[in-house]
Design a protein around this ligand. Structure first.
Ligand code: SF4
Length: 469
């Protein structure tokens, strides 16, 4: 994906750690740093020293928010952390996570990856009026249950989870225990890891476990809650029998390539998608190049299968944060040139296969195609590692508005012309899933097929089908 303002902003990343042998704020910082790609708008850490929970959160990147000095002010041996992109609720400090509450004589904090689809219905039960986000509603329901039933956080969580519909991977903690939970469909990933010191770690992706020196123990199962306290890890299966619906877009774009999901290496899956794409949509060309960075393994696979030289046609500026919204076309073009620059020597006079992982809104990709033309590309054959993104995601990506999705309103030929490519081909859905794994069941493909795994209250576009592949 051209990784600009037209890309979906990834949902969120969560991290949790409990280790009685060391202060854990620095570990949480490292874990969040490894998950930064999942959300760049805000970040936060909550720590417990056994008697109180302290939360520090702010707008911005993990590295800009948390100085060493600021981390030292977060003493404690248990923590949760969160990186966020606003998919529900405004982009504002008070929607940054972890969210914290005081209820029933206990402080607790919560971090959420995913989107609930029944937030409005749940809000009516909180008695708090309009909530800031779906995650706020969950915190309110937990607080309500703890207060009214005099229950602890684990009991309250077990009571509230079955009322939530949609996508969630949670990390939740009070002064004494760390809880992880994953929705019954398993839309978003969540892993359990162990430290040599005897501590336990929860993280959205395995690279965040690697970076803190934790061994990946296993994925938290869909419908499972784990409670980590002085007695170790206890597992409770709070829901069973729901079809699995791991987000297939995690493999296409969201997850880091150096991680594993459902036992499948993400880098290898992307490479297999490229191989399959070369077989499905060959092109006469001199060079195969990726739109960096997420399309690199796919382009390598395409080049290998097609027997065409792999090369770099674009350099990405690695120090760029979020693309600012430029007020004029000229400035928007400059913003793209700041992010990408063509390597003229590599593309001039060449017939290029340009591999992209997905096309969502297409504005940055269109400008990137112009860059390659201006640099002298003779032909551009655009190849996409996933099917057309035609349907909104209600499970944690910010693609709620169908009218902004280029494939929802244009045919493939129209998109080709809109982008200024000589040819355009997408990987079909069955081939994409086969490239990910031999077992095609258990994936959400709703944004690619319109087949939603859950009812979406109030969403007229949503065709509700079996929802899983
Ligand atoms: S709709 Fe698409 S992006 Fe959203 S969870 Fe399903 S596969 Fe992932």
């Amino acid at each position: 994906m051209a990784d600009g303002s037209d890309s979906p902003k990834e949902a969120c990343g969560v991290f949790g750690v409990r280790d009685q042998h060391q202060p854990v704020a620095h570990l949480t910082y490292l874990g969040l740093y490894a998950l930064q790609h999942r959300g760049q708008e805000s970040a936060g850490i909550a720590v417990s020293d056994g008697t109180k929970v302290t939360v520090d959160k702010d707008m911005g990147l993990v590295s800009t928010i948390f100085s060493s000095h600021r981390l030292q002010a977060l003493p404690g041996t248990m923590a949760i952390g969160h990186v966020r992109y606003a998919t529900t609720g405004a982009s504002a400090w008070n929607n940054a996570q972890p969210i914290s509450r005081y209820a029933g004589g206990v402080y607790f904090a919560l971090g959420h990856n995913g989107n609930l689809v029944n937030t409005r219905e749940l809000t009516a039960h909180t008695g708090e009026g309009e909530a800031g986000s779906d995650s706020d509603v969950v915190a309110a329901l937990l607080a309500q249950h703890m207060t009214h039933h005099n229950s602890d956080l684990a009991d309250a969580t077990l009571h509230v989870l079955p009322r939530l519909h949609g996508a969630y991977s949670f990390v939740i903690m009070d002064e004494a225990r760390l809880i992880g939970a994953r929705d019954p469909h398993g839309f978003r990933p969540l892993f359990l890891g162990s430290l040599d010191t005897g501590g336990w770690v929860l993280a959205s992706e395995t690279p965040a476990l690697d970076v803190v020196g934790a061994r990946t123990v296993r994925e938290i199962d869909p419908g499972e809650m784990v409670i980590i306290d002085d007695d170790g890890v206890r597992s409770v299966q709070f829901a069973t029998g729901q079809p699995r619906a791991l987000c297939s877009f995690e493999f296409v774009y969201i997850a880091r390539p150096d991680g594993h999901l459902a036992g499948i290496g993400v880098h290898a899956a992307r490479r297999r998608m490229g191989i399959a794409l070369a077989q499905q949509a060959p092109a006469d060309a001199d060079m195969v190049m990726p739109i960096p960075d997420s399309s690199i393994p796919g382009a390598q696979g395409y080049a290998q299968a097609a027997g065409i030289a792999y090369g770099d046609g674009l350099i990405k500026n690695r120090y760029i944060g979020r693309t600012f919204i430029a007020p004029s076309q000229q400035l928007r073009d400059s913003a793209v040139r700041l992010k990408f620059n063509a390597i003229g020597d590599n593309v001039t006079g060449k017939r290029l296969v340009v591999v992209e992982d997905s096309i969502v809104r297409a504005t940055t990709l269109r400008a990137t195609m112009r860059l390659l033309r201006d640099a002298g590309a003779a032909e551009i054959h655009l190849r996409v590692l996933s099917p057309p993104y035609r349907w909104p995601c209600y499970y944690g990506l910010d693609t709620h508005d169908r009218h902004t999705l280029v494939a929802a309103t244009m045919t493939v030929d129209e998109i080709r012309d809109h982008l200024g490519a000589d040819s355009l081909a997408y990987l079909d859905i069955d081939t994409m899933l086969t490239a990910i794994t031999t077992d095609q069941s258990g994936f959400c493909t709703a944004c690619l097929t319109g087949d939603y795994p859950t009812p979406i209250p109030g969403a007229s576009e949503a065709r509700i089908g079996t929802g899983t592949r």
